[in-house]
Ligand binder design. Structure first.
Ligand SMILES: [Zn+2]
Length: 96
């Protein structure tokens, strides 16, 4: 059975697999939005990375073997990061 959904952004009807994050926007629009958001929020992103870099570095150091072995988990984490970016992107009153 093919389940389809209509993207609220581009208005195209797409199969459920095309929806990266459970929501109303297809993955193509999400990627497009992310790219645009990143371009607009370059400075904000830099601040974000600066703020979380020690934590990220620490995590990477502690989980070096873990990430190496668990590539899938690493991928999931990356996916989660993308989801976080997506959520941040959609927050209307977003302040650092
Ligand atoms: Zn779309």
């Amino acid at each position: 059975m093919i389940v389809t959904k209509t993207c609220s952004k581009c208005g195209n009807c797409k199969i459920i697999e095309e929806f990266k994050i459970p929501g109303r926007i297809c993955k193509y629009c999400v990627n497009k939005n992310l790219r645009e958001w990143r371009a607009v929020n370059k400075d904000k992103q830099r601040i974000y990375y600066k703020r979380y870099q020690p934590r990220i570095k620490k995590w990477r150091k502690e989980n070096k073997e873990y990430t190496k072995i668990n590539n899938k988990k690493y991928y999931e984490r990356k996916k989660k990061e993308e989801q976080v970016a997506y959520i941040l992107m959609n927050l209307k009153n977003y302040n650092y």
